[in-house]
Design a protein around this ligand. Structure first.
Ligand code: LMG
Ligand code: NDP
Ligand code: PMR
Length: 364
Protein backbone atom coordinates (compact mmCIF):
# COMPACT_ATOMS: atom_id res chain seq x y z
CA UNK A 1 0.00 0.00 0.00
CA UNK A 2 2.77 2.35 1.08
CA UNK A 3 4.76 1.50 -2.03
CA UNK A 4 1.73 2.22 -4.23
CA UNK A 5 1.21 5.58 -2.61
CA UNK A 6 4.84 6.49 -3.15
CA UNK A 7 4.57 5.42 -6.77
CA UNK A 8 1.47 7.54 -7.29
CA UNK A 9 3.11 10.51 -5.61
CA UNK A 10 6.21 10.23 -7.75
CA UNK A 11 4.15 9.87 -10.92
CA UNK A 12 2.24 13.00 -10.02
CA UNK A 13 5.47 14.80 -9.32
CA UNK A 14 6.89 13.73 -12.67
CA UNK A 15 3.80 14.91 -14.49
CA UNK A 16 3.92 18.17 -12.64
CA UNK A 17 7.57 18.71 -13.54
CA UNK A 18 6.89 17.73 -17.14
CA UNK A 19 4.13 20.31 -17.23
CA UNK A 20 6.43 22.91 -15.72
CA UNK A 21 9.12 22.04 -18.19
CA UNK A 22 6.66 22.40 -20.97
CA UNK A 23 5.83 25.90 -19.87
CA UNK A 24 9.48 26.82 -19.53
CA UNK A 25 10.40 25.44 -22.93
CA UNK A 26 7.54 27.32 -24.54
CA UNK A 27 8.54 30.55 -22.91
CA UNK A 28 12.12 30.16 -24.03
CA UNK A 29 11.51 29.02 -27.51
CA UNK A 30 8.88 31.47 -28.63
CA UNK A 31 9.52 35.14 -28.68
CA UNK A 32 6.12 36.38 -29.71
CA UNK A 33 3.03 34.27 -29.63
CA UNK A 34 0.59 33.99 -32.45
CA UNK A 35 -3.03 34.64 -31.77
CA UNK A 36 -3.87 34.59 -35.46
CA UNK A 37 -4.21 30.87 -35.95
CA UNK A 38 -6.18 29.78 -32.92
CA UNK A 39 -9.23 31.26 -34.55
CA UNK A 40 -8.66 29.19 -37.63
CA UNK A 41 -11.86 27.21 -37.56
CA UNK A 42 -13.91 30.37 -37.08
CA UNK A 43 -12.13 32.27 -39.80
CA UNK A 44 -12.10 29.47 -42.34
CA UNK A 45 -15.78 29.77 -43.00
CA UNK A 46 -15.51 33.49 -43.72
CA UNK A 47 -12.10 33.98 -45.32
CA UNK A 48 -8.96 31.93 -45.68
CA UNK A 49 -7.08 31.97 -42.38
CA UNK A 50 -3.48 33.17 -42.22
CA UNK A 51 -1.08 30.51 -43.42
CA UNK A 52 1.73 29.38 -41.14
CA UNK A 53 5.07 29.07 -42.84
CA UNK A 54 8.29 27.87 -41.24
CA UNK A 55 11.39 29.40 -42.84
CA UNK A 56 14.78 28.05 -41.75
CA UNK A 57 17.66 30.52 -41.69
CA UNK A 58 15.34 33.52 -41.74
CA UNK A 59 17.82 35.69 -39.84
CA UNK A 60 19.57 36.96 -42.97
CA UNK A 61 19.77 37.00 -46.76
CA UNK A 62 17.14 35.16 -48.75
CA UNK A 63 15.36 33.75 -45.71
CA UNK A 64 14.88 37.17 -44.13
CA UNK A 65 13.79 38.78 -47.41
CA UNK A 66 11.27 35.97 -47.90
CA UNK A 67 9.97 36.28 -44.35
CA UNK A 68 9.53 40.02 -44.89
CA UNK A 69 7.80 39.59 -48.24
CA UNK A 70 5.38 37.04 -46.77
CA UNK A 71 4.70 39.07 -43.63
CA UNK A 72 3.92 42.14 -45.72
CA UNK A 73 1.10 40.37 -47.54
CA UNK A 74 -0.78 40.04 -44.25
CA UNK A 75 -1.68 36.50 -45.31
CA UNK A 76 1.15 34.68 -43.56
CA UNK A 77 2.47 34.13 -40.09
CA UNK A 78 6.18 33.38 -40.41
CA UNK A 79 7.93 31.07 -37.99
CA UNK A 80 11.56 32.10 -38.25
CA UNK A 81 13.54 28.96 -37.42
CA UNK A 82 16.99 30.27 -36.56
CA UNK A 83 20.14 29.28 -34.71
CA UNK A 84 20.69 32.76 -33.28
CA UNK A 85 17.52 33.84 -31.54
CA UNK A 86 18.55 37.44 -30.85
CA UNK A 87 19.94 37.99 -34.33
CA UNK A 88 16.66 36.79 -35.83
CA UNK A 89 14.55 38.99 -33.56
CA UNK A 90 16.67 42.03 -34.40
CA UNK A 91 16.64 41.19 -38.10
CA UNK A 92 12.84 40.95 -38.11
CA UNK A 93 12.55 44.26 -36.30
CA UNK A 94 14.96 46.12 -38.52
CA UNK A 95 13.28 44.67 -41.61
CA UNK A 96 10.11 46.31 -40.28
CA UNK A 97 8.12 43.10 -39.93
CA UNK A 98 4.96 43.73 -37.87
CA UNK A 99 5.26 42.19 -34.38
CA UNK A 100 2.34 39.85 -34.81
CA UNK A 101 3.48 38.62 -38.22
CA UNK A 102 6.26 36.36 -36.96
CA UNK A 103 7.49 34.04 -34.23
CA UNK A 104 11.16 33.27 -33.71
CA UNK A 105 11.91 29.69 -32.71
CA UNK A 106 15.32 28.23 -32.09
CA UNK A 107 16.69 25.72 -34.60
CA UNK A 108 20.31 24.70 -35.09
CA UNK A 109 20.41 22.46 -38.13
CA UNK A 110 23.94 21.37 -37.24
CA UNK A 111 22.49 19.35 -34.36
CA UNK A 112 19.90 16.63 -34.85
CA UNK A 113 18.87 16.98 -31.19
CA UNK A 114 18.10 20.62 -31.90
CA UNK A 115 16.05 19.63 -34.95
CA UNK A 116 13.98 17.24 -32.82
CA UNK A 117 13.65 19.85 -30.09
CA UNK A 118 12.43 22.38 -32.64
CA UNK A 119 9.78 19.98 -33.88
CA UNK A 120 8.62 19.39 -30.27
CA UNK A 121 8.50 23.10 -29.54
CA UNK A 122 6.66 23.81 -32.74
CA UNK A 123 4.05 21.18 -31.90
CA UNK A 124 3.64 22.55 -28.38
CA UNK A 125 2.82 25.92 -29.86
CA UNK A 126 -0.20 24.26 -31.46
CA UNK A 127 -0.04 26.05 -34.78
CA UNK A 128 -0.92 24.18 -37.91
CA UNK A 129 1.97 23.86 -40.37
CA UNK A 130 1.02 24.88 -43.89
CA UNK A 131 4.35 25.47 -45.63
CA UNK A 132 7.91 24.51 -44.72
CA UNK A 133 10.81 26.31 -46.41
CA UNK A 134 14.25 24.69 -46.08
CA UNK A 135 16.43 27.72 -46.79
CA UNK A 136 19.32 27.83 -44.31
CA UNK A 137 22.79 26.92 -45.52
CA UNK A 138 26.47 27.24 -44.78
CA UNK A 139 29.22 27.59 -47.34
CA UNK A 140 32.91 27.12 -46.50
CA UNK A 141 34.79 28.02 -49.67
CA UNK A 142 38.16 28.59 -48.03
CA UNK A 143 38.24 25.78 -45.47
CA UNK A 144 41.16 23.38 -45.92
CA UNK A 145 39.94 20.98 -43.29
CA UNK A 146 36.43 19.78 -42.65
CA UNK A 147 34.51 20.80 -39.55
CA UNK A 148 31.65 18.79 -38.16
CA UNK A 149 28.11 18.94 -36.80
CA UNK A 150 27.16 17.80 -33.29
CA UNK A 151 26.74 14.25 -34.58
CA UNK A 152 30.05 14.35 -36.43
CA UNK A 153 28.87 14.87 -40.02
CA UNK A 154 30.85 17.20 -42.29
CA UNK A 155 29.30 20.63 -41.61
CA UNK A 156 27.96 21.67 -45.04
CA UNK A 157 26.22 18.43 -45.90
CA UNK A 158 25.32 17.87 -42.23
CA UNK A 159 23.60 21.26 -41.98
CA UNK A 160 22.27 21.93 -45.46
CA UNK A 161 21.13 18.41 -46.25
CA UNK A 162 20.95 16.10 -43.20
CA UNK A 163 19.51 18.69 -40.79
CA UNK A 164 16.85 19.65 -43.30
CA UNK A 165 16.24 16.02 -44.21
CA UNK A 166 15.36 15.13 -40.61
CA UNK A 167 13.35 18.33 -40.17
CA UNK A 168 11.22 17.77 -43.23
CA UNK A 169 10.77 14.05 -42.58
CA UNK A 170 9.44 14.85 -39.11
CA UNK A 171 7.30 17.81 -40.18
CA UNK A 172 5.70 16.03 -43.13
CA UNK A 173 3.15 14.66 -40.65
CA UNK A 174 2.28 18.18 -39.54
CA UNK A 175 1.89 19.28 -43.16
CA UNK A 176 -0.40 16.31 -43.77
CA UNK A 177 -2.56 17.33 -40.80
CA UNK A 178 -3.00 20.92 -41.95
CA UNK A 179 -6.33 21.90 -43.45
CA UNK A 180 -4.77 24.66 -45.57
CA UNK A 181 -5.78 24.48 -49.23
CA UNK A 182 -2.24 24.54 -50.67
CA UNK A 183 0.39 22.86 -48.52
CA UNK A 184 3.99 23.04 -49.66
CA UNK A 185 7.48 21.84 -48.83
CA UNK A 186 10.16 23.94 -50.49
CA UNK A 187 13.90 23.27 -50.53
CA UNK A 188 16.24 25.94 -51.91
CA UNK A 189 18.53 24.62 -54.65
CA UNK A 190 21.10 26.26 -56.90
CA UNK A 191 22.31 26.61 -60.44
CA UNK A 192 25.92 25.94 -59.41
CA UNK A 193 24.93 22.43 -58.35
CA UNK A 194 21.82 21.65 -60.37
CA UNK A 195 22.61 22.97 -63.83
CA UNK A 196 25.75 21.56 -65.37
CA UNK A 197 24.27 22.63 -68.72
CA UNK A 198 25.13 26.26 -67.78
CA UNK A 199 28.44 28.07 -67.34
CA UNK A 200 27.67 28.63 -63.65
CA UNK A 201 27.28 24.89 -63.18
CA UNK A 202 30.70 24.26 -64.67
CA UNK A 203 32.85 26.42 -62.42
CA UNK A 204 35.13 24.05 -60.55
CA UNK A 205 34.89 22.31 -58.19
CA UNK A 206 31.80 20.64 -59.63
CA UNK A 207 29.25 18.76 -57.58
CA UNK A 208 29.49 14.99 -57.77
CA UNK A 209 28.04 12.49 -55.32
CA UNK A 210 29.85 9.52 -56.86
CA UNK A 211 28.68 6.21 -55.43
CA UNK A 212 27.84 7.82 -52.06
CA UNK A 213 30.52 5.86 -50.26
CA UNK A 214 31.48 8.77 -47.99
CA UNK A 215 27.86 9.51 -47.10
CA UNK A 216 27.24 5.85 -46.36
CA UNK A 217 30.32 5.89 -44.11
CA UNK A 218 28.90 8.79 -42.09
CA UNK A 219 30.98 11.72 -43.45
CA UNK A 220 32.98 11.73 -40.24
CA UNK A 221 36.45 12.19 -41.65
CA UNK A 222 37.76 9.38 -39.45
CA UNK A 223 37.04 5.93 -40.80
CA UNK A 224 35.18 7.53 -43.69
CA UNK A 225 35.77 10.49 -45.97
CA UNK A 226 34.15 13.81 -45.07
CA UNK A 227 32.93 14.05 -48.68
CA UNK A 228 29.89 12.26 -50.08
CA UNK A 229 31.88 10.74 -52.96
CA UNK A 230 34.63 9.55 -50.65
CA UNK A 231 37.22 12.05 -51.96
CA UNK A 232 39.42 14.65 -50.27
CA UNK A 233 37.70 17.54 -48.52
CA UNK A 234 36.93 20.58 -50.70
CA UNK A 235 34.64 23.09 -49.01
CA UNK A 236 33.06 24.54 -52.16
CA UNK A 237 32.33 21.05 -53.47
CA UNK A 238 30.81 19.94 -50.16
CA UNK A 239 28.36 22.87 -50.45
CA UNK A 240 27.44 22.05 -54.04
CA UNK A 241 27.06 18.35 -53.16
CA UNK A 242 24.71 19.36 -50.32
CA UNK A 243 22.60 21.36 -52.79
CA UNK A 244 22.37 18.36 -55.12
CA UNK A 245 21.11 16.38 -52.11
CA UNK A 246 18.54 19.13 -51.45
CA UNK A 247 17.23 18.93 -55.00
CA UNK A 248 17.21 15.11 -55.04
CA UNK A 249 15.38 15.08 -51.69
CA UNK A 250 12.67 17.36 -53.04
CA UNK A 251 12.07 15.01 -55.97
CA UNK A 252 12.08 11.90 -53.77
CA UNK A 253 9.52 13.56 -51.47
CA UNK A 254 7.41 14.24 -54.53
CA UNK A 255 7.55 10.62 -55.64
CA UNK A 256 6.81 9.25 -52.18
CA UNK A 257 4.23 11.68 -50.86
CA UNK A 258 2.64 13.90 -53.46
CA UNK A 259 -0.08 11.61 -54.73
CA UNK A 260 -1.31 10.54 -51.31
CA UNK A 261 -1.06 13.87 -49.53
CA UNK A 262 -1.55 16.51 -52.20
CA UNK A 263 1.41 18.39 -50.74
CA UNK A 264 3.37 20.40 -53.33
CA UNK A 265 7.12 19.75 -53.29
CA UNK A 266 9.34 22.28 -55.03
CA UNK A 267 12.89 23.53 -55.33
CA UNK A 268 14.21 26.71 -56.88
CA UNK A 269 17.20 28.71 -57.98
CA UNK A 270 16.40 32.23 -56.79
CA UNK A 271 19.14 33.93 -58.83
CA UNK A 272 22.64 34.93 -57.80
CA UNK A 273 22.16 36.93 -54.59
CA UNK A 274 25.81 37.94 -54.52
CA UNK A 275 25.56 40.13 -51.41
CA UNK A 276 24.28 37.69 -48.79
CA UNK A 277 26.00 36.21 -45.77
CA UNK A 278 26.55 33.01 -47.74
CA UNK A 279 29.91 34.38 -48.89
CA UNK A 280 30.99 35.52 -45.41
CA UNK A 281 33.88 33.06 -45.33
CA UNK A 282 35.14 33.81 -48.83
CA UNK A 283 38.28 35.90 -49.26
CA UNK A 284 37.70 39.68 -49.11
CA UNK A 285 38.76 40.14 -52.75
CA UNK A 286 36.08 37.70 -53.84
CA UNK A 287 33.45 39.42 -51.72
CA UNK A 288 34.36 42.75 -53.32
CA UNK A 289 34.47 41.55 -56.92
CA UNK A 290 31.69 38.99 -56.91
CA UNK A 291 28.67 41.38 -56.80
CA UNK A 292 29.86 43.66 -59.65
CA UNK A 293 30.97 40.58 -61.61
CA UNK A 294 27.48 39.09 -61.35
CA UNK A 295 25.74 42.42 -61.91
CA UNK A 296 27.64 43.66 -64.94
CA UNK A 297 29.31 40.64 -66.50
CA UNK A 298 27.20 37.52 -66.03
CA UNK A 299 23.98 39.49 -65.37
CA UNK A 300 22.98 36.68 -63.03
CA UNK A 301 22.71 39.06 -60.08
CA UNK A 302 19.49 39.49 -58.15
CA UNK A 303 18.87 41.61 -55.05
CA UNK A 304 17.86 40.06 -51.74
CA UNK A 305 14.48 41.78 -52.01
CA UNK A 306 13.82 40.43 -55.50
CA UNK A 307 14.98 36.93 -54.56
CA UNK A 308 12.74 37.09 -51.46
CA UNK A 309 9.77 37.89 -53.68
CA UNK A 310 10.61 34.89 -55.85
CA UNK A 311 10.73 32.48 -52.93
CA UNK A 312 7.58 34.05 -51.47
CA UNK A 313 5.90 33.29 -54.81
CA UNK A 314 6.87 29.62 -54.50
CA UNK A 315 5.39 29.66 -50.97
CA UNK A 316 2.07 31.25 -51.76
CA UNK A 317 1.35 32.00 -55.39
CA UNK A 318 -1.80 30.13 -56.43
CA UNK A 319 -0.31 29.48 -59.87
CA UNK A 320 2.78 27.66 -58.55
CA UNK A 321 1.10 24.56 -57.18
CA UNK A 322 2.77 22.04 -59.48
CA UNK A 323 4.77 19.47 -57.52
CA UNK A 324 8.22 18.07 -58.27
CA UNK A 325 9.27 21.29 -59.99
CA UNK A 326 12.58 23.20 -59.93
CA UNK A 327 11.63 26.85 -60.42
CA UNK A 328 13.85 29.49 -61.97
CA UNK A 329 13.24 33.01 -63.26
CA UNK A 330 14.17 34.71 -66.48
CA UNK A 331 15.48 38.25 -66.88
CA UNK A 332 12.04 39.80 -66.57
CA UNK A 333 11.47 37.87 -63.37
CA UNK A 334 8.90 35.51 -64.86
CA UNK A 335 9.03 32.04 -63.33
CA UNK A 336 9.59 28.94 -65.42
CA UNK A 337 10.09 25.22 -64.80
CA UNK A 338 13.79 24.61 -65.15
CA UNK A 339 15.46 21.32 -66.04
CA UNK A 340 17.92 19.76 -63.63
CA UNK A 341 21.11 18.19 -64.88
CA UNK A 342 21.63 14.47 -64.94
CA UNK A 343 22.91 13.84 -61.45
CA UNK A 344 20.44 16.24 -59.83
CA UNK A 345 17.55 14.35 -61.41
CA UNK A 346 18.86 10.79 -61.09
CA UNK A 347 15.95 8.76 -59.69
CA UNK A 348 18.09 5.91 -58.42
CA UNK A 349 20.52 8.29 -56.71
CA UNK A 350 17.65 10.16 -55.09
CA UNK A 351 16.36 6.91 -53.61
CA UNK A 352 19.78 5.96 -52.30
CA UNK A 353 20.48 9.41 -50.83
CA UNK A 354 17.10 9.13 -49.08
CA UNK A 355 17.82 5.69 -47.67
CA UNK A 356 21.35 6.42 -46.52
CA UNK A 357 20.22 9.75 -45.01
CA UNK A 358 17.43 7.98 -43.10
CA UNK A 359 20.02 5.78 -41.46
CA UNK A 360 22.33 8.68 -40.61
CA UNK A 361 19.61 10.75 -38.93
CA UNK A 362 18.22 7.78 -37.04
CA UNK A 363 14.99 7.25 -38.94
CA UNK A 364 15.84 3.78 -40.19
C1 LMG B 1 38.11 29.77 -55.22
O1 LMG B 1 38.26 31.11 -55.35
C2 LMG B 1 38.70 29.33 -53.91
O2 LMG B 1 40.06 29.58 -53.97
C3 LMG B 1 38.44 27.86 -53.73
O3 LMG B 1 38.83 27.47 -52.47
C4 LMG B 1 36.97 27.59 -53.87
O4 LMG B 1 36.33 28.15 -52.80
C5 LMG B 1 36.42 28.19 -55.12
O5 LMG B 1 34.45 27.94 -56.37
C6 LMG B 1 34.92 28.08 -55.10
O6 LMG B 1 36.74 29.54 -55.23
C7 LMG B 1 38.26 31.46 -56.62
C8 LMG B 1 38.21 32.93 -56.66
C9 LMG B 1 39.38 33.50 -55.92
O7 LMG B 1 38.19 33.23 -58.01
C10 LMG B 1 37.18 33.98 -58.36
O8 LMG B 1 36.45 34.33 -57.50
C11 LMG B 1 37.01 34.28 -59.77
C12 LMG B 1 35.72 34.92 -60.06
C13 LMG B 1 35.48 36.13 -59.29
C14 LMG B 1 35.07 37.15 -60.14
C15 LMG B 1 36.17 37.72 -60.90
C16 LMG B 1 35.69 38.82 -61.67
C17 LMG B 1 36.73 39.47 -62.41
C18 LMG B 1 36.21 40.61 -63.08
C19 LMG B 1 36.31 41.78 -62.25
C20 LMG B 1 35.45 42.81 -62.71
C21 LMG B 1 34.62 43.32 -61.63
C22 LMG B 1 34.15 44.66 -61.89
C23 LMG B 1 33.11 44.73 -62.86
C24 LMG B 1 32.77 46.10 -63.11
C25 LMG B 1 32.11 46.25 -64.43
C26 LMG B 1 31.90 47.63 -64.76
C27 LMG B 1 31.21 47.79 -66.02
O9 LMG B 1 40.10 34.39 -56.61
C28 LMG B 1 39.75 35.68 -56.52
O10 LMG B 1 38.81 36.05 -55.93
C29 LMG B 1 40.63 36.56 -57.21
C30 LMG B 1 39.88 37.29 -58.20
C31 LMG B 1 40.78 37.90 -59.10
C32 LMG B 1 40.14 38.16 -60.34
C33 LMG B 1 41.00 37.81 -61.40
C34 LMG B 1 40.50 38.30 -62.63
C35 LMG B 1 40.22 37.29 -63.54
C36 LMG B 1 40.08 37.84 -64.85
C37 LMG B 1 39.03 37.23 -65.59
C38 LMG B 1 37.92 38.12 -65.74
C39 LMG B 1 37.67 38.49 -67.09
C40 LMG B 1 36.70 39.54 -67.14
C41 LMG B 1 37.21 40.69 -67.77
C42 LMG B 1 36.41 41.82 -67.48
C43 LMG B 1 37.12 43.05 -67.41
C44 LMG B 1 36.35 44.05 -66.72
C45 LMG B 1 36.95 45.27 -66.46
P1 NDP C 1 22.85 33.67 -45.77
O1 NDP C 1 24.14 33.24 -45.18
O2 NDP C 1 22.50 35.10 -45.77
O3 NDP C 1 21.67 32.91 -45.04
C1 NDP C 1 21.81 31.61 -44.59
C2 NDP C 1 20.98 31.43 -43.34
O4 NDP C 1 21.18 30.10 -42.85
C3 NDP C 1 21.39 32.36 -42.21
O5 NDP C 1 20.21 32.87 -41.63
C4 NDP C 1 22.11 31.46 -41.24
O6 NDP C 1 21.98 31.84 -39.89
C5 NDP C 1 21.36 30.17 -41.47
N1 NDP C 1 22.09 29.03 -40.94
C6 NDP C 1 23.36 28.66 -41.20
N2 NDP C 1 23.67 27.58 -40.46
C7 NDP C 1 22.59 27.26 -39.73
C8 NDP C 1 22.31 26.27 -38.77
N3 NDP C 1 23.22 25.39 -38.39
N4 NDP C 1 21.08 26.24 -38.23
C9 NDP C 1 20.15 27.13 -38.58
N5 NDP C 1 20.36 28.10 -39.47
C10 NDP C 1 21.57 28.17 -40.04
O7 NDP C 1 22.82 33.06 -47.25
P2 NDP C 1 21.70 33.10 -48.39
O8 NDP C 1 20.55 33.89 -47.97
O9 NDP C 1 22.38 33.41 -49.64
O10 NDP C 1 21.30 31.57 -48.46
C11 NDP C 1 19.98 31.12 -48.36
C12 NDP C 1 19.77 29.94 -49.27
O11 NDP C 1 19.89 30.34 -50.62
C13 NDP C 1 20.74 28.81 -49.09
O12 NDP C 1 20.05 27.59 -49.15
C14 NDP C 1 21.66 28.93 -50.29
O13 NDP C 1 22.20 27.69 -50.63
C15 NDP C 1 20.68 29.41 -51.31
N6 NDP C 1 21.24 30.05 -52.49
C16 NDP C 1 21.91 31.24 -52.38
C17 NDP C 1 22.41 31.84 -53.50
C18 NDP C 1 23.15 33.12 -53.45
O14 NDP C 1 23.58 33.57 -54.49
N7 NDP C 1 23.31 33.73 -52.28
C19 NDP C 1 22.22 31.26 -54.83
C20 NDP C 1 21.50 30.02 -54.81
C21 NDP C 1 21.01 29.47 -53.68
P3 NDP C 1 22.83 33.09 -39.27
O15 NDP C 1 22.09 34.31 -39.67
O16 NDP C 1 22.73 32.81 -37.82
O17 NDP C 1 24.19 33.00 -39.82
MG1 PMR D 1 29.54 31.84 -60.40
C1 PMR D 1 27.46 32.94 -66.11
C2 PMR D 1 26.72 33.04 -65.10
C3 PMR D 1 27.05 32.72 -63.70
C4 PMR D 1 26.11 32.62 -62.74
C5 PMR D 1 24.62 32.79 -62.91
C6 PMR D 1 26.78 32.30 -61.53
C7 PMR D 1 26.13 32.08 -60.31
N1 PMR D 1 28.13 32.22 -61.75
C8 PMR D 1 28.35 32.49 -63.10
C9 PMR D 1 29.58 32.48 -63.74
C10 PMR D 1 30.83 32.36 -63.14
N2 PMR D 1 31.04 32.16 -61.82
C11 PMR D 1 32.10 32.43 -63.81
C12 PMR D 1 32.25 32.65 -65.27
C13 PMR D 1 33.07 32.26 -62.86
C14 PMR D 1 34.55 32.20 -63.04
C15 PMR D 1 35.13 33.49 -63.07
C16 PMR D 1 32.39 32.11 -61.60
C17 PMR D 1 33.04 31.94 -60.39
C18 PMR D 1 32.38 31.71 -59.19
C19 PMR D 1 32.97 31.45 -57.92
C20 PMR D 1 34.38 31.40 -57.55
N3 PMR D 1 31.00 31.67 -59.07
C21 PMR D 1 30.73 31.38 -57.79
C22 PMR D 1 31.90 31.25 -57.07
C23 PMR D 1 31.55 30.94 -55.73
O1 PMR D 1 32.28 30.74 -54.78
C24 PMR D 1 30.05 30.82 -55.66
C25 PMR D 1 29.73 29.40 -55.40
O2 PMR D 1 29.98 28.51 -56.17
O3 PMR D 1 29.15 29.13 -54.27
C26 PMR D 1 28.89 27.75 -54.09
C27 PMR D 1 29.58 31.20 -57.03
C28 PMR D 1 28.31 31.36 -57.59
N4 PMR D 1 28.11 31.65 -58.92
C29 PMR D 1 26.76 31.77 -59.14
C30 PMR D 1 26.09 31.54 -57.92
C31 PMR D 1 24.59 31.56 -57.73
C32 PMR D 1 27.03 31.30 -56.98
C33 PMR D 1 26.78 31.07 -55.52
C34 PMR D 1 25.89 30.47 -54.82
C35 PMR D 1 25.26 29.13 -54.88
O4 PMR D 1 25.39 28.29 -55.70
O5 PMR D 1 24.52 28.98 -53.98
Amino acid sequence: MMIRLIKIASTLQREQSLRNNKVIIRAQAIATSTPSVTQSSLDRKKTLRKGNVVVTGASSGLGLATAKALAETGKWHVIMACRDFLKAERAAQSAGMPKDSYTVMHLDLASLDSVRQFVDNFRRAEMPLDVLVCNAAVYQPTANQPTFTAEGFELSVGTNHLGHFLLSRLLIDDLKNSDYPSKRLIIVGSITAGNTNTLAGNVPPKANLGDLRGLAGGLNGLNSSAMIDGGDFVGAKAYKDSKVCNMLTMQEFHRRFHEDTGITFASLYPGCIATTGLFREHIPLFRTLFPPFQKYITKGYVSETEAGKRLAQVVGDPSLTKSGVYWSWNKTSASFENQLSQEASDVEKARRVWEVSEKLVGLA
